[in-house]
Design a protein around this ligand. Structure first.
Ligand code: HEM
Length: 411
């Protein structure tokens, strides 16, 4: 079989045939990817779970497996930007547990249920601003804006600064090569500096007086943990965590909501059903997660020793990744995986990962998707795509690049 092209239009539009051809080769397949090089992918439900849970054999930080520091993977990144790569997704063991514990505590300040009215208000405000009966990009005006504004609110970023961040972070999502990634990352210097200035404002350094909005958000909570518990979080870790929460906390949700709109655009009867029975929305969102898998694969993992895994020999230092979309389309776990079943139950989909790095924001992402879609359906149940879907050409991501639609008000 020729290597699967994860970013290809054919694969993104319908990955079923490629996924079953992969599984036919066994639970592990080898692929050569641009930028990342040779990677072995776990492609079945059992292999994905086993890979992500075996933290003795597979680690995130290459230094623990190969002795080569993380920097080697980011040779193309300016040195001043490297702290951004030290986030908890690429840490293991006690370091990861410490970072995750701090974010969990910061998150625990607000429950997702507390946030629901705020998410609904943000969605309504965005819907009010959309032009009806015209050809518009719903992604630019709605499905990107809502998760972006929710994460800004959660972090405690003053509202006047929201446009500053969206302008600089949006190009990151379309980067699909080293030059384009580098170009968009170079523009992040200002983001980096602004986040550091927030730490000072949350602390009330000099005559800043401790900004109340910042103190009330996640940034304030993390700064407080860093300052009151010695050795808890270094300044670079704080920066990398705030940045990661920013990006991981909205970009992926944008793709989930976009995928859901693609699914709904093809099924007018389902829109009616979800309007009449909103309690079905959570099951629908879960099936979008399974069927589309907005994040199709995990970060790299490195083997710490020579061993066997899923019956195949593994050499120390080899690179692995979990193909989440493969696991979520495994017929041994999901009957008729190639069919979109809006009320599928049970649905142990793998789109949020598994093991110690399982997504920390999954409940928030689910709530955002449910509310954003319900509000749209309430107001514009008859929306129609005006152009065929074009997919984001970024390896590992499955979401529409834009959503050209015409909104027709109900009644
Ligand atoms: C539909 C939306 C989302 C999807 C599909 C998604 C997916 C994922 C996946 C697959 C991982 C694990 C990656 C790996 O193992 O390499 C992950 C980790 C993570 N996600 Fe999400 N995510 C979503 C939304 C969010 C949101 C809203 C937040 C925060 C507000 C968030 C924060 C995180 C963090 C902090 C981690 C790292 C956890 C760790 O390393 O322990 N995610 N996410």
């Amino acid at each position: 079989m020729s290597p699967p092209k994860f970013g290809s239009i054919g694969f993104l539009a319908d990955p079923t045939a490629t996924l079953s051809a992969m599984r036919a080769q066994g639970p592990l397949i080898e692929v050569k990817l641009p930028i990342l090089g040779r990677v072995r992918f776990a492609v079945t439900d059992a292999a994905v779970r086993a890979l992500l849970k075996d933290t003795d054999t597979f680690v995130r930080n290459p230094k623990l497996a190969t002795g080569k520091p993380m920097d080697r993977l980011y040779w193309w990144l300016p040195r001043s930007m490297r702290p951004l790569t030290l986030n908890m997704l690429v840490q293991d063991g006690e370091t990861h547990a410490r970072l995750r514990r701090h974010v969990d505590r910061a998150f625990a300040r607000v429950t997702v249920d507390d946030l629901r009215p705020r998410i609904a208000a943000i969605a309504d405000r965005r819907l009010d601003a959309l032009a009806a009966d015209q050809d518009i990009d719903l992604k630019a005006g709605y499905t990107r804006q809502v998760p972006f504004e929710v994460i800004c609110h959660l972090l405690g970023i003053p509202e006047g600064d929201w446009p500053f961040f969206i302008k600089r972070l949006a190009p990151l999502s379309s980067a699909n090569s080293i030059p384009s990634a580098l170009w968009s990352i170079l523009r992040l210097g200002a983001v980096h500096r602004r986040l550091r200035s927030y730490f000072a404002r949350a602390r009330g350094d000099g005559d800043l007086g401790g900004d109340r909005t910042l103190r009330a958000g996640l940034i304030g909570a993390l700064v407080q943990i860093a300052d009151t518990e010695s050795g808890s979080l270094s300044e670079d870790e704080l920066l990398s965590m705030a940045f990661m929460l920013f990006v991981a906390g909205h970009e992926t949700t944008v793709h989930l909501i976009g995928d859901a709109i693609v699914a709904l655009s093809e099924r007018p009867d389902l829109r009616d059903r979800l309007r009449r029975a909103p309690d079905q929305m959570p099951l629908f969102v879960e099936e979008v997660m399974r069927f589309y898998s907005p994040v199709m694969m995990t970060k790299l993992l490195f083997a710490t020793r020579d061993t066997t895994f899923m019956g195949q020999p593994v050499r120390k230092g080899e690179r692995f990744s979990a193909m989440l979309i493969g696991g979520s389309h495994d017929p041994d776990r999901f009957p008729t995986p190639e069919t979109f079943v809006p009320d599928r139950r049970p649905n142990p989909q793998l789109g949020f990962g598994a093991g110690p790095h399982v997504c920390l924001g999954m409940q928030l992402a689910r709530a955002e998707a449910q509310i954003t879609l319900s509000r749209l359906l309430d107001r514009y149940p008859d929306f129609a795509l005006t152009r065929p879907v074009r997919w984001t050409a970024r390896i590992g991501i499955r979401g529409p690049r834009e959503l050209r639609v015409r909104l027709r008000p109900s009644g």
